[in-house]
Design a protein. Structure first.
Length: 321
């Protein structure tokens, strides 16, 4: 059986779809899973256990100039790759118009069907065209977290019960272990999700006193500037990491002693890697995207969790690891 997963973006959403893929692999005999994703996230999906083929696209970039000759040529190339295989099931785990477009463009086998989310769930994006394109629209209880939403759709498509325990299947390449390094994931796409810079500095100093080093990743010029400011204030034990693609960044995170981060894609990668992790939320949305394992936890308080709350959470997850 050939199955196509359509989950294009964003980073955290891609990570949250990985357990659904592991469920399908565990419950459907002889299945082969391919995945369509935005090119920027392809290095991450390539590290998802059991994914046979990653089909990259660039819908975000193409949407900025849809009539350009370059866009039309690249879309034709992508569509040819997408339609090279007939799929027995196409699973739209995104629930948006753009993912419906991709699902519709994919070819199915004679008995193949397209499955999609039948409704919006709390706090998640959803657009009606995904249901119009689908042969089967799966209704989901609105109060459903991001990981479970995709798992339920796949379970309904193949008529199995969700396996336990949950597995992400995210693999990292072997790298030099940095057993004392704690990564600070301070960057996020939304400013209102950030944690105060002075808290990062104070937290870093506390960790350094315990013998830890601090690693500071960044994905934009603004995040680089913040990383440099935090590192300068903490001292020589804090290191600003070089800019890396998602594959190399995943490998570097996997080598750390743990991660403390805001609600962002890199934090969700830390959860998928099963690292000791504290995730900082300024909004009460941790139920939908936050970590749940004993050695991973989220901290929430408005307008931002206190330094003491995050520090105590870190001590707890380190004790549980």
């Amino acid at each position: 059986m050939r199955v196509l997963i359509v989950k294009l973006s964003s980073l955290g959403d891609v990570v949250h779809a990985m357990p659904a893929v592991q469920d399908v692999l565990a419950c459907v005999p002889g299945v082969q899973v391919d995945w369509v994703v935005e090119r920027a996230f392809a290095p991450l999906v390539e590290r998802c256990e059991g994914v046979s083929l990653v089909i990259p696209c660039e819908l975000r970039r193409w949407a900025r100039s849809p009539l350009a000759a370059e866009t039309r040529a690249e879309w034709r190339t992508f569509r040819k790759a997408l339609r090279a295989t007939r799929y027995d099931a196409v699973l739209d785990l995104q629930g948006l118009t753009k993912s419906a477009l991709v699902a519709r463009a994919a070819r199915t086998s004679e008995s193949g069907r397209r499955f999609a989310l039948g409704n919006r769930t709390d706090g998640a994006g959803w657009e009606a065209p995904t249901r119009w394109v689908a042969d089967v629209a799966v209704p989901i209880t609105p109060r459903t977290d991001a990981v479970t939403r995709s798992r339920l759709l796949c379970a309904a498509a193949f008529d199995y019960g969700m396996p336990s325990p949950l597995r992400f299947g995210l693999r990292a390449a072997p790298t030099s272990r940095r057993a004392a390094e704690v990564a600070f994931v301070h960057g996020t796409s939304r400013e209102d999700k950030c944690w105060p810079q002075e808290h990062w500095i104070a937290l870093g100093r506390c960790l350094v006193e315990q013998g830890h080093a601090i690693g500071l990743p960044h994905g934009s010029d603004a995040e680089l500037a913040r990383s440099e400011a935090i590192a300068a204030a903490i001292g020589p034990a804090a290191q600003v990491w070089p800019r890396m693609d998602l594959g190399a960044l995943t490998d570097r995170l996997a080598a750390c002693a743990g991660v403390i981060g805001v609600d962002s894609g890199l934090s969700h990668i830390a959860v998928a890697l099963d690292l000791p992790h504290v995730q900082v939320y300024n909004f009460d949305t941790a139920w939908r995207t936050g970590p749940s394992a004993p050695h991973q936890r989220s901290v929430y308080a408005q307008p931002a969790p206190s330094l003491d709350a995050v520090w105590n959470a870190w001590l707890a997850v380190r004790g549980a690891a």
